[in-house]
Design a binder for this molecule. Sequence first.
Ligand code: PHE
Length: 451
Amino acid sequence: GKPQLKINGVVYDTHSDFTNVSSTILNLSDRSLHLEPAHPIGVLRKQIEDKLNSTSNSYQYYNDFRPVVTVEENFDSLGFPADHPGRSKSDTYYVNDKYLFRTHTSAHELECFGNIQGFSPRTEKRAPTEKPGFLITADVYRRDEIDRTHYPVFHQMEGARVWKRSSEKSSESHEPLHIQKIRDDLCKLEKQLREESSNLVVEDDKSLESNPKQDYMSDLEVDLCSQHLKRTIELLVAQVFNKKLQSMGSEDQGAQLQVRWIKAYFPWTAPSWEIEVFWKGEWLELCGCGLVREQVLLNAGYEKDSTVGWAFGLGLDRIAMLLFEIPDIRLFWTQDERFHSQFHEGQITRFQPYSKYPGTTRDVAFWLPEQKESSLIHENDIMEIVREEAGDMVESVKLIDQFTHPNSNKKSLCYRINYQSMDRNLTNEEINKIQENVRSQLVQNYKVSLR
Ligand code: PHE
């Protein structure tokens, strides 16, 4: 029969045109770093969860979703067009033509929105959650380059909140009840922000030009929901970064914390934004968000015109690297006790490097095959081969030279591989062996000719 893959206890058929998941990825998929209470990713998750529920206790937590989801959940149900680059095999790990490793936590929005009112698009039905919002933390997977800040597995936290519309009017304000409710929720957030983060300086973006609202929402609903969304994220960002400022000592205490909102585009939210924070002289992108498109709510079983809400997706690894001063993203995945013994539940401590082991570089240069076939090789495929052979002994891979031969028209590439381990010294012998394997895998898989 067909070769099969067993992932988290479930057996999947492979598909020769789609399956591109490597054994490295399979091995990482049951680590669940975000569930380790003393791991930096777990500490950060808990801190944000506690903060967001401190205002109104509105969020249901989901922290144990398995990483394999359907193409439908990850892309289709969220309105990704058929030709969206995120769907390509060069960017995404496919199990087969129907299943993939989630590329973002938004893949679970549909299910969690459904849960709020007891509807499940899947077979196993859950009881309706009492809470009007949720936070999903999970590992997500993307094929990508190799360097100190990129790893094929990283972590996101998805947040969302809805309000059920009502035509009944409040006796005090004479506004519909849900409008009154959003105003009240917003008021609490604003109060908390004023009390805790008076150093926050926000550059907002309220223009709806080329960032249009949805027709089913009134201007007032858009305005109130957007404010609630933005203040929620500001509260979260302020608490995380202010904690860091405080721990850095008196010099930076009371310093301004600058954030800015920038309009963005996501197929399942409108309008949409990203927030950036100014940190150590650079604008860092933290989080994409927006008002949930009604189609997503309809897909999750909501009635037409019944509900308004927002969603965000926050990347945790970059923030954890900066808070805990972790210089290389591979450290999150090490099994070395010298790493793990440094972190404790509920505490943001500064990583003390236990050693910096020397690295060594090797170059690999090759001619690409004929034009037609060479277009089938994506840079991420080369990264994947190195990852598979070297595991976490590779620090970075960089294209250092490329040219096209004037007569033959053949193209040559040269990559520099930096080998370096976070945990130990590497011997020349083992690196030579890995490098040999990388070279032969390139030939076997992509028919390049080595130079
Ligand atoms: N899933 C998006 C990403 O990975 C972030 C996002 C989540 C945007 C929710 C809007 C709403 O970039």
